[in-house]
Design a protein around this ligand. Sequence first.
Ligand SMILES: CC(C)(COP(=O)(O)OP(=O)(O)OC[C@H]1O[C@@H](n2cnc3c(N)ncnc32)[C@H](O)[C@@H]1OP(=O)(O)O)[C@@H](O)C(=O)NCCC(=O)NCCS
Length: 147
Amino acid sequence: VIELVAVDGHQVIGILDVEIGDELATIDTIAVHPDHQRRGIGTALLHEAERRLRAFEAVTTLDAWTREDPQALGWYRSRGFAESEHYLHVYKGNFEPADGWGSPKHLSRPVMAFAHAALEYEDELRERFARVYVCRRFSRPVCPPSV
Ligand SMILES: CC(C)(COP(=O)(O)OP(=O)(O)OC[C@H]1O[C@@H](n2cnc3c(N)ncnc32)[C@H](O)[C@@H]1OP(=O)(O)O)[C@@H](O)C(=O)NCCC(=O)NCCS
């Protein structure tokens, strides 16, 4: 795992966590304090993570999963990440019908729930649930030291 924080005096203004697998490293968290965004802090955290990732020679790809926040999408695209796989995050709220939901023995149907679904069901699910999000993968190659 790579865990980075950016600080301004005693205040934490940015964080980045990267989980390292065999050939793939995944950004678990990246966030910059709203008062300090668009000053290059997210990019500096990314560059430092990539520098450290080069020590893991088997890792060839850095990826991240994110939803629809335009700022996050703009940032990943502008940092050279390419968008690929998509699926849905679906929330059932308190007052949305529990029809069709099952539960373990002795438990009611869920009051609230979170589930994944395939993108092809987006229109149908948006008619039934207020909170449906497209979750997407961004990825880019980890460059070797000489590049
Ligand atoms: C996404 C995030 C980490 C970017 O960090 P940052 O420090 O603000 O970004 P940087 O300053 O390093 O990069 C800025 C560049 O990214 C791009 N960018 C940033 N915000 C953008 C936006 N709203 N729309 C389009 N491009 C954007 C631009 O190219 C920008 O360069 P410019 O300011 O010269 O135009 C930060 O906005 C954030 O914390 N957002 C909320 C949390 C979040 O959504 N995290 C991702 C969840 S997976």
